[in-house]
Design a protein around this ligand. Sequence first.
Ligand SMILES: [Zn+2]
Length: 302
Amino acid sequence: MDRRKFIASTLWLSAGMTIIPAKNLLVNRVYHQMKPIRRNVGIFTGRGGTIGWYADSDSVIIVDTQFPSSASMLHDEVRQFSSGPVLTLINTHHHADHTAGNTYFRNLANQIVAQEKVPDLQRNMAEMQNTESEQTYADVTFEENWIADTGSEIVRATHYGPAHTSGDAIVWFENANIVHMGDLVFNRWYPFIDINNGASITNWIQVLDTVASQSDSDTVFIFGHGSTNYGITGDVQDLNIMKNYLAALLELVDRSITRGDNLDDILNHPRIEGFPNHVSAGARLSLRANIRAAWQELNGHL
Ligand SMILES: [Zn+2]
């Protein structure tokens, strides 16, 4: 632990706000990184989807919350940039690696914002996984847009229709020209496509196209799942690679269906040309899982 972090932890304890249980002290040794980008906006990587943050003297806005242990580390870090009293959370979608840390902020956040489908999706997921008691849900929801003006930054969460799930939001920091993509970009990973919760590869491609057209060469994109080799953040070229991968996936499966193949024919020889750097992170984030999702979407059944 470096001196700065040691002081932060000591203050945390002496402020009497909480006592860190021994098991969390162990978790605190997990690698995490706080990185400012520009104009009070930055990222935090720990365990789970990349967190985006905005911090000025009055306001802190946090995009996604990972898990309670890493949310607490983030809170420690962000307080070095702001003692602002207004704390807003935004969830880009309902998956646990983006929402489980909400509970850490339960008594700290003024509001938790998400697209209107998110609370129900999160509740259904929690019921299936028996984790209802660990959930904290958004209390401010929107259909298409939510906007906040902090005085020096305009923060806008926009829902462009279904993509990674049916309730995705993309968060724009308009003055900083930084965009949190949620899980619409897995940078050189085979993505998780949550077909059972309303994902649409067809619209995902469209959304990436739209967002790319609304950006410029200076826009910095934050990826829900970044890559050590290719970046946690990136530019419009990375968006295009993600879009081209999804288009190639749909085309591969579409051609197979037209040929009269069955699903096992493609799954037995999963292969997609032109994306040599894509890697898999387990069964759910694999080419085979992606092919299965595309097959379900194109056949119109789950
Ligand atoms: Zn996700």
